[in-house]
Design a protein around this ligand. Structure first.
Ligand SMILES: [Ca+2]
Ligand SMILES: [Ca+2]
Length: 371
């Protein structure tokens, strides 16, 4: 008797629970993979919000139609979590597997970058410019760049964030655009490196991406992933640029850091001042020491690859770097030989870029990695 009486309330509670849960499950969301902020456009701000949702888990998407990462409406089950801008966190799970992480959710941001929804009005992201001398600045340190660069030559600049006088407080995510006043740099071969340890990632806990938008602009995004923020100042990374060869005459060009957005771990914004550096390109013709760079050829076998690569080139390879599609280095080797065999780490299948660096220059090869 007692048992029956106890079961009945349990059943009633169970039915009530079903009644409250069912309608929620039925109310599915429309997710456009890559648009983490759900404002109708995919850009580097979405990468910042990916960082805010990093490693959170929720209900996966039901198998839908077509590629779950393409910029098409995907029915998703709402998560019991929201991002700081009020968006349901299901939007951060770009591939719909039930977890927010780098490999499968950052890739749709990269691939669908610049896509805009046409079925709703896009709510444009707002970038508020900080004030020099009041807000911390994000700047390239061009002090190591030669006074005059030749067409075709490469140069590298450290990226510094904050100064001792105006340090950065509570950094979790940072996005910005690098603008070129003229097409003097090949934006497609420009690279950013945030992999060395810095005050912003003393624990190496960060992911980043950069993307050439056109010949005048590169968009960059960097975010921590552990929900801890950092304070400090100084170098956070570096950028490598190659000046295009067919520049005629002497020019002074500017590289501008603009549209900076910095978030703390709660998604609050801090204003950041941008910066402009001037680069001088001399009228000198392509110098003889740059010519081997164009001829440098790297042989890579097999391609597609599974677990190892055999690489050879004429000049000794000092460093090999395997870059993923978002421009993040996933592995480095220092063979110091002309020929080497390297073992690949466990990686998701896809397209990667292998870079070889030697005294004669750099060489690149696209590598398809298969499961
Ligand atoms: Ca967005
Ligand atoms: Ca995911």
């Amino acid at each position: 008797m007692f048992k029956k009486i106890r079961i009945l309330p349990a059943l009633v509670i169970g039915i009530l629970l079903c009644a409250t849960v069912q309608p929620l499950r039925a109310q599915q969301l429309i997710v456009y993979p890559g648009d983490v902020t759900n404002n109708g456009v995919v850009n580097n701000v979405d990468f910042l919000y990916l960082g805010l949702g990093y490693n959170f888990i929720g209900p996966p998407r039901d198998p839908g139609n077509g590629n779950p990462q393409s910029f098409t409406p995907q029915l998703a089950n709402p998560w019991p979590l929201i991002l700081p801008n009020g968006t349901n966190m299901a939007h951060a799970d770009c591939n719909g597997d039930g977890i927010v992480n780098y490999f499968y959710d950052a890739f749709p941001v990269y691939v669908n970058y610049g896509e805009r929804r046409t079925d709703i009005p896009v709510v444009e992201d707002v970038f508020t410019r900080g004030t020099e001398g009041i807000d911390p600045s994000l700047r390239f340190n061009a002090s190591a760049v030669p006074t005059n660069l030749n067409p075709g030559s490469a140069f590298s600049m450290p990226l510094e964030f904050g100064t001792a006088a105006l340090p950065v407080e509570d950094l979790y995510g940072l996005s910005f655009s690098v603008l070129f006043d003229s097409s003097f740099v090949n934006t497609a071969t420009a690279s950013f490196d945030f992999s060395p340890i810095s005050w912003a990632n003393p624990d190496n806990d960060r992911v980043y991406m950069y993307r050439s938008i056109d010949e005048h602009r590169i968009d960059v995004a960097w975010t921590r992933t552990d929900h801890n923020q950092r304070s400090g100042h100084g170098v956070i990374g570096s950028a490598d640029f190659i000046i295009i060869i067919d520049i005629i005459g002497y020019h002074e060009f500017s590289i501008i850091i603009d549209s900076v957005k910095m978030l703390d771990k709660f998604g609050n914004e801090t204003l950041v001042a941008g910066d402009t550096v001037l680069i001088n390109v001399s009228p000198a013709a392509l110098s003889s020491e740059q010519e081997p760079q164009a001829q440098l050829r790297m042989q890579v076998q097999p391609n597609p690859a599974k677990d190892r690569l055999w690489i050879s080139q004429e000049s000794p390879i000092e460093t090999l770097i395997l870059w993923d599609a978002l421009g993040q280095p996933v592995q480095r080797w220092h063979p110091n030989t002309n020929q080497t065999e390297v073992l690949l780490p466990q990686l998701p299948a896809g397209l990667y870029l292998l870079e070889s660096r030697s005294k004669q220059g750099r060489s690149y090869q696209k590598i398809q990695i298969q499961p």
